[in-house]
Design a protein around this ligand. Sequence first.
Ligand SMILES: *Cc1c(COP(=O)(O)O)cnc(C)c1O
Length: 372
Amino acid sequence: MPTPHAPAIRAEAVVDLGAVRANIGMLRRRLSSSTDLMAVVKADAYGHGMHAVARAAVDAGADALGVATLHEAVELAATDPGAPVVGWLWAPGEDPGPALAAGAQLGVSSLDHLAAVLAAGVTSPRIHVKIDTGLGRNGVVPADLEPLLQACRAAESDGRVEIVGLMSHLASADVPGDASVALQKAAFGAACDLAASLDIRPRWRHLANTPATLEHPETHFDLVRCGIGIYGITPVADPAGLRPVMTLRTRVALTKRVPAGHGVSYGLTYRTSGETTLALVPLGYADGIPRHASSCAEVLLGGKRRRIAGRVAMDQFVLDCGDDPVAVGDEVIVFGPGDAGEPTARDWGEACGTIDYEIVTRIGPRVPRVYV
Ligand SMILES: *Cc1c(COP(=O)(O)O)cnc(C)c1O
């Protein structure tokens, strides 16, 4: 029998932009009419493709777009995406000039950040003062906040900067009943009051991520920053009507009949229990399939969930299909919304000892994104 033509696409991540728009609508329903929504599209939109997702998000009414790095901020702001771009993770040793010149707004976490913004020589750069209300990561601690706010206010009075935001980030909004949410909210409220006492009147005070948007309306302030929810993954028990956006699929690259006791993949950690058909799946850890998925995560092939047999290699893994009639070219759904019985990114996160955020974000550049 002649070998069928190899499919043109080895694997693809199908990105449902209609679902992005619908998810933004579902998240928006949780907001009062005075609260804006930022779509967070950092890390290539959590692996979904920054530009396409940003366009869909703005289409669906996102009021701002969030990124982490200066590089992301320049790349997105330069396309004039139709909503302000805010970037918050950079070091004062980097040059914020190109991002500011492209129109991006930047987080300022220290006097050094402010100095770098002022030295960039951009007319009226827009900043968000970033406050560490307890996460212990980026942002100025409350003890050092007043001098930073005073310096920002002085620069604003001179027309050298515009303070458009005050922001902070929650540590545990996804943990039901976690006491830190109220503590961080109170610390953020105090920081906002201090700013107001210095006559700082930002357009946006913002604290909430996706889990806080869904579970903690008291944290919404003027703007919520939603990342994972946009991609249809809910970090809390309430699915909130969100629909997973990414489907990762590929095709069987080779099948073979092997006898009982045949080893499979590196280390021969898996052995066939009887005569069986092995199916080779051309995706591996170079594509973002965690090696931790070895012998535990499942995929859908031929209408059945099948567990990965043995180790995930750099470019491929293997399924033990028994006597089922699997053939080269058959579709393998690695994860998706679950409609056809395929696992979700959540299932993969659980199988691999990580979170669904990491599963979608780590899908590598070798896998083309296909937008529908
Ligand atoms: C990534 C990020 C978000 C988005 O968080 P989700 O849980 O994905 O909604 C919001 N704010 C900041 C500061 C972030 O870094």
